[in-house]
Design a binder for this molecule. Structure first.
Ligand SMILES: [Fe+2]
Length: 382
């Protein structure tokens, strides 16, 4: 029998859950917390909610919100300085994947020292990290439950994927109410990232029965609730279900890892300041098409999870229907369709392909890839 491992944090899920952040920190022994967020979170008022919760129980805090989209090594270093100067002993991350990834990366440097570049790859972290409580405000990255942090190497112009069980936060607080302040574009982009997590985890070489059930639910929830969630900021049913989809997709990919979509998307995100979910949604149908041959049965399952009637179809036929569904979903919610639309220069494709080939996410892609294969997929998506 194969040995399966599954790691996850304590999860607090539900409307109003954000108010438990102070008490959650206290339970972890925190006395002086660094709160990492971004300007969008502050504008939406969620940082104030976190501060109020910390004040209510007498927890000391410092804030750091110098975090941008596709977060950078320099932001992590600055945040770590703030952590050390203020003698913090714990970390709250609140925001999208960027703020949470920076919060986790600060935690690495706080107890391990060196530069964040030293920890790129799998299991490079030696010392335990400070207590971490993460609160996602997008239904997207899954970083609040994952063993990943993705940080941009600004000099090398590439994203570094850091993978370690130490990066799984202690507590994830998922409050669907925080999703009500996001634009339709951000909701669409992050929602398609969730779908990509679910699909890549489900067909991953490292998938297990424990991750499959999470991926299945995530894919099915996205199919039912992403469209209404994009259409309305106040549709509570849609927001709650997308928050659950994001959480479950996060649990799936944290343990099953990802595949070629993320490897290629990380390569592009290293050079171009584009939303991660936008790149993923362009690449996803093309990578599905490429990977279909590797596991037709699992792609047929995906069609089923998406709500497609696959009776009488072969697995290959059903898998093709799943790809068609994903393309239509991206069109329905106005996601970008081509890499040329988002500014990728054709001359960059070879370089991007070489970077993608060596990304940690490529290891679990279900079909073997060469640099030429990646180039071909990029060209189809361009
Ligand atoms: Fe992602």
């Amino acid at each position: 029998m194969n040995i399966h491992k599954f790691v996850m944090p304590e999860v607090i899920f539900g409307n109003g859950a954000i108010h438990q952040v102070g008490e959650s920190c206290l339970r972890l022994g925190a006395t002086n917390v660094l709160i990492v967020s971004d300007p969008g979170v502050i504008e939406a008022g969620w940082l104030d909610v976190v501060i109020k919760s910390c004040k209510q129980i007498g927890l000391k805090y410092t804030t750091f919100y110098d975090v941008t989209m596709n977060p950078k090594d320099s932001e992590v270093e600055k945040g770590c300085e703030v952590y050390i100067q203020n003698e913090c002993d714990s970390i709250i991350g609140i925001g999208g994947g960027s703020a949470i990834d920076v919060a986790k990366a600060i935690a690495i440097l706080a107890t391990n020292g060196g530069r964040i570049h030293d920890y790129e790859g799998i299991d490079k972290i030696k010392n335990p990290l400070p207590p971490q409580v993460m609160i996602p405000t997008t239904a997207g990255s899954g970083s609040e439950v994952s063993q990943f942090s993705v940080i941009l190497d600004t000099a090398g112009q590439k994203k570094m994927t850091i993978v370690s069980k130490s990066l799984v936060p202690d507590i994830a607080i998922v409050d669907p109410e925080t999703l009500s302040t996001k634009s339709a574009h951000l909701t669409a982009s992050t929602g398609l990232d969730v779908l990509t997590h679910g699909i890549e985890a489900y067909v991953s070489l490292a998938a297990t029965p424990l991750t499959d059930v999470q991926a299945k639910n995530a894919i099915s929830l996205v199919a039912q609730y992403l469209r209404p969630s994009v259409a309305s900021k106040i549709n509570k049913e849609a927001k709650t279900n997308m928050a659950m989809a994001s959480l479950q997709a996060g649990l799936a990919f944290s343990n099953a890892i990802l595949g070629a979509v993320h490897a290629m998307s990380h390569a592009i995100g290293g050079k171009y300041p584009i939303l991660h979910g936008d790149v993923n949604s362009i690449l996803l149908p093309h990578v599905m098409e490429y990977n279909l041959l590797a596991n037709p049965k699992k792609f047929a399952d995906i069609a089923l999870f998406l709500g497609i009637d696959i009776r009488g179809m072969s697995d290959m036929e059903a898998g093709k229907k799943a790809i068609e569904y994903v393309k239509n979903l991206t069109l329905d919610i106005g996601a970008p369709q081509r890499l040329s639309d988002i500014g990728l220069e054709k001359e960059e494709i070879r370089k991007m392909s070489l970077i993608a080939l060596h990304d940690a996410c490529m290891i679990t892609n279900p079909r073997d890839v060469t640099v030429e294969d990646i180039e071909e997929i990029f060209r189809k998506a361009w």
